[in-house]
Design a binder for this molecule. Structure first.
Ligand code: SF4
Length: 223
């Protein structure tokens, strides 16, 4: 079946496939029109490793909000050196442009609007040039992610979405990192389970360290 023949109402069931098999299927059907959204967290250590072993010229992109930890930029470089991949960059307005239009430190007053400008809009621009994307979403990360399928139609963004690690636990991820001696984000060793922008990330298990003191639990990328 070609990608063009896939039916969003009735996608093939890839739930029985391993992460390696899902990624091979993604490359087979979408070629260079599928790319991984890479935030340099533990799931991406695993996925980039699988991705480049399946296809050395596999594509990945990162959302550079301009507010990432120095350790995130260092991990970016480490990934590129270790895996031989050039991670493409998606960016929103500069901090100066955002401050001029919306005032300083918008993330404190309206994190939803800030994520919209710095994450969602650049993501949507990147996805508009793709037929499918791959994410590190796992079902046990958050209630908003519990229904994720390994392959599904992404109605919000109008393209196909692969979640090859949907049925992995956090322990599964760390077992793979250790088994293959993969590079990983150093802040994971300092109590940060989920890592985003500096102003909105605290140490914590799962996603509890994100947007503390606010009802927000997702950037708007996955939920
Ligand atoms: S995580 Fe915080 S700083 Fe980053 S884009 Fe969202 S609101 Fe803005």
């Amino acid at each position: 079946m070609t990608a063009a023949a896939l039916d969003p109402q009735n996608p093939p069931d890839l739930e029985a496939l391993s992460a390696e098999e899902v990624i091979a299927w993604a490359h087979e059907h979408f070629g260079d029109q599928v790319a991984l959204a890479c935030s340099f967290q533990q799931e991406e250590s695993v996925l980039v490793d699988i991705l480049v072993r399946d296809r050395p010229d596999a594509r990945a992109f990162a959302l550079d909000t301009g507010l990432l930890f120095a350790e995130t930029y260092a991990t970016w470089k480490t990934f590129e050196d270790r895996f031989g991949i050039a991670v493409e960059t998606a960016v929103g307005p500069t901090l100066e442009e955002q401050a001029a239009a919306h005032g300083d430190e918008l993330w404190k007053r309206d994190p939803g609007a800030c994520c919209g400008l710095r994450k969602v809009e650049p993501l949507q621009r990147t996805l508009s040039g793709l037929d499918a994307w791959i994410t590190g979403v796992r079902r046990d990360q958050a209630p908003t992610r519990a229904g994720a399928r390994k392959f599904e139609w992404d109605e919000r963004n109008g393209l196909w979405k692969f979640n090859p690690l949907a049925d992995w636990s956090e322990q599964d991820v760390w077992a793979r990192i250790n088994e293959r001696d993969l590079p990983y984000h150093p802040l994971h060793d300092q109590g940060y389970s989920s890592i985003g922008c500096i102003p909105c990330t605290q140490p914590g298990a799962g996603r509890e360290g994100r947007w503390q003191g606010n009802d927000k639990t997702e950037c708007g990328l996955h939920g």
